[in-house]
Structure formats: structure tokens, C-alpha cells
Design a protein around this ligand. Structure first.
Ligand SMILES: [Zn+2]
Length: 318
């Protein structure tokens, strides 16, 4: 009995060490309006984990550039090493998602072998954090949540200086083209019901087009007093974080109630159940975003050039 004791103790100690090495690293990061509660799962080397925490602080701060603060004061962020499966590819952040239970939690599957500068250039985190600008939207209106996040990922990466303004418009233009060519027989609502596996580009980019149309109309008719940023700022003050599941019309009607005049429900009625793609061409032309010789450029003398610059610079409302 006595001889066995040291062995038992050794085994016990080894178990503790093994368990400790698998313990996630916990960290907090302050950003405007919020403190992130971060959990970095193992194995990720300590120095890379520290770099990843700094990157999360930076990427989540991008979303504060919408209206000055992060939409949720205390979100959970979980970082999971993605391993080496073929799905990981060469991306530093092959996958991210938001889950909403009691808390809003954002999970990032990362490839810790990639250099940290690649994380900063990647849009995935800005996209996922942008989802928190809206509550959970029911899957049959998923084009609203995916569309607004796709619009904001580009706008906010420009405001943060990660993209030039031209790059942001090039990426938006290319996305709208992908959306226009994807499942033209479906309306946004039908595409959402079909699901992301069958209509991903239609879902993401029809919603982004409607976000841009709303942003332009709000800025133009108010002379810069209102914008998509302002609408979402007011929405956060009344309604976020929200534990309920919102239908698209309920969300759009609520946003309209916070504005001088409705813009979202008229767009919903025009496009949500219409096949084809939202009519974005005239808006892009007025913004001065155009295709020349297979490359997208922005022109300084367009009718809405100042408004276009306001969108990517994040100039505060008048
Ligand atoms: Zn998304």
C-alpha cells in the first residue's frame, strides 16, 4: 500500500499538468463601449495567443467606428485552433460565427501558424463583430443580418485604414456582381429560405445592396444628419443586446420608427419578395463607383462623391 502511494501521486500530478496545459487562456480587452471577455483555447503558444488578443481588440474596435461604441458592453469571444484539416486552407481565420444564448458569443476558428499581420488584413472578424449591430434575425430573413454585416465589413475596414476607400468600393462592387449573378430567379426572402449552401451570394449581397441603398437615402435626404450608422446607433440605445428573435419586417419597422421618415420598410416592400437583384446600378453611378476596363474605380467628380467619402471615412453626422 505504502509503496504504491508515490506512483499514485505522480499519476495525479501528471494529470493536473496535462489538464492545465489544455486550460484556455482567459483575457479581457477594453474597447470603446465594451470589455471583451476572451477565451483562447489550446494549443496556441502564449506569445501567439497574446498577439491574437491584441488583434481581437483591434478588429472589434473597427465596429465601434459605426457610431462610437461597440454594440454589446460585454461580449464573449472564443478563439479555437482550427487544426490542420483541408478546410483550413491558407486563411488565418477560416471560420467565424456568432451564437446567441444567454450571452452573445463570437467564435473564431484560427490558424495560429499564420503570421499575425494576415489576421489584421482578414475581414472575417470585422464581419462577425458587425453582426452585433443587429439582433438575431430569423433565418427566413437572413439576408438582412448577412447583408448588413457584409456591407459594414467593407465600410469599417476602410474607416479603420485596413482598406483604402477604393479597395472598399471595389470589394463592394465585386460582391454586388456576385450577388446579381447568383440565383437571379429567387427573391432575397426565397434565397434565405433556400439557405446559404444553395444561395449564399444572393443572400449576402442582396442584403448588402439594400443596406447601401438605405444608407444613401438616409444621408441624402437628411443632408448628412441621418445615416445607417445613426439608425443603428438609435436602435442600439433602445433595443440591444436583445434576447428575442426578430423577423425582418419587425426589425425594419422598428428602425423606421427611429427615423424622420421610413426608409427600411419601403425597401423591404420593393425588394424582399422580388426576384432579381436590388437596383444598385444607378446608385453606384451617382456615387462615382464605376467599372472601367475591367477594374472598378472611384471618380472625384460624381454627384454623390462627398456622400461616398463620408461612408468610408465615417465622418460623424452634422
Ligand atoms: Zn455573417
Amino acid at each position: 500500500m505504502h509503496k504504491a502511494l508515490p506512483v499514485v501521486l505522480l499519476v495525479f500530478a501528471a494529470t493536473i499538468v496535462a489538464a492545465a496545459s489544455r486550460m484556455p487562456l482567459l483575457a479581457q480587452a477594453d474597447i470603446p463601449g465594451a470589455t471583451l471577455r476572451i477565451e483562447v483555447q489550446q494549443p496556441i503558444a502564449d506569445d501567439k495567443a497574446a498577439e491574437i488578443v491584441e488583434w481581437l481588440q483591434s478588429a472589434s474596435s473597427n465596429v465601434s467606428l459605426a457610431y462610437g461604441r461597440f454594440p454589446n458592453p460585454s461580449p464573449r469571444v472564443v478563439v479555437i485552433p482550427a487544426g490542420h484539416g483541408s478546410w483550413v486552407g491558407s486563411s488565418p481565420v477560416p471560420f467565424g460565427r456568432v451564437t446567441r444564448d444567454r450571452d452573445e458569443k463570437i467564435e473564431f476558428f484560427v490558424n495560429p501558424d499564420r503570421p499575425i499581420h494576415e489576421f489584421y488584413a482578414d475581414w472575417t472578424a470585422t464581419h462577425e463583430f458587425s453582426h452585433l449591430l443587429l439582433p438575431y434575425v430569423r433565418s427566413r430573413h437572413k439576408w438582412i443580418s448577412e447583408g448588413f454585416a457584409s456591407y459594414y465589413q467593407n465600410v469599417l475596414m476602410a474607416r479603420a485604414g485596413r482598406y483604402t476607400a477604393s479597395e472598399a468600393w471595389q470589394k463592394l462592387y465585386a460582391g454586388f456582381e456576385r450577388g446579381r449573378l447568383s440565383r437571379p430567379e429567387l427573391s432575397p426572402n426565397e434565397a434565405a429560405v433556400a439557405g446559404v449552401r444553395k444561395a449564399r451570394m444572393k443572400i449576402y449581397w442582396s442584403g448588402a445592396a439594400i443596406a447601401l441603398l438605405a444608407d444613401i437615402e438616409l444621408r441624402e435626404r437628411s443632408g448628412g444628419r441621418e445615416s445607417l450608422d445613426v439608425a443603428l446607433d438609435r436602435f442600439q440605445r433602445c433595443c440591444l443586446p436583445s434576447r428575442s428573435s426578430w423577423s425582418g419586417p419587425r426589425l425594419f419597422a422598428k428602425l423606421d420608427s427611429l427615423l424622420d421618415e421610413p426608409v427600411f420598410m419601403p425597401l423591404y416592400r420593393q425588394y424582399a419578395d422580388a426576384a432579381g437583384f436590388p437596383d444598385i446600378g444607378p446608385a453606384l453611378q451617382r456615387l462615382g463607383v464605376r467599372l472601367d476596363n475591367n477594374s472598378v474605380s472611384v471618380t472625384p467628380h460624381a454627384e454623390l462623391a462627398d456622400l461616398r467619402i463620408d461612408i468610408t471615412s465615417g465622418r460623424p453626422p452634422l
